[in-house]
Ligand binder design. Sequence first.
Ligand SMILES: [Zn+2]
Length: 207
Amino acid sequence: MPSGRTHDRITLWTLPVVAGTSHIITGNSHFTLLIAGSFLFSGLMFGPDLDIYSLQFLRWGWLRYLWLPYQKSIRHRSLFSHGPIIGTALRVLYLATWIGMLAFLTLVAHRLIAGGSELSNLALNVALDMARSVKRSLLERYPEWLSLFIGMELGAMSHYLSDWLGSAYKRFAANKQTSNKERTSASKRTAKERQGKSQKSKVKSQK
Ligand SMILES: [Zn+2]
């Protein structure tokens, strides 16, 4: 499969194509920016190779530790990281869970300091408020969320397509090599056989 640098190059080369096509389809620079931006984000640091110690993983800096449980629970190049749509959907859910948890703790702490009510009530209120705002945002801004998801999926797609092409090429090259070896050993064998036969016929004619 291609190295991280090759994946980067593929992402950067295909970026103008993705941006151009999105602009033609949507006819809108706002959505084009969302799709191209999330394509770049996905190709450089939110792609399928977050399931191993990779360039994408390292680009998260200190935040990369957030991805350790993900790496521990998903086998490299499995369907859950490299599968079409499911890979991106799982990563989005995974990151959203972390962001949700951090936002929840921050909001609870903030309201506690501000002198709120009992902790259990406060936590419940914060959770309900957060759920309401997520729902509202998803309903009101679904074209934006969809554009972001499409961009991220396209970024991941360029990754697993090149992974797949890389593996297919390797398999093809390996098959070619073995068939070449087989052919040379077979031709050596027939040459030996021919030599043996001619020696036998020589012995016969001498008799
Ligand atoms: Zn990969």
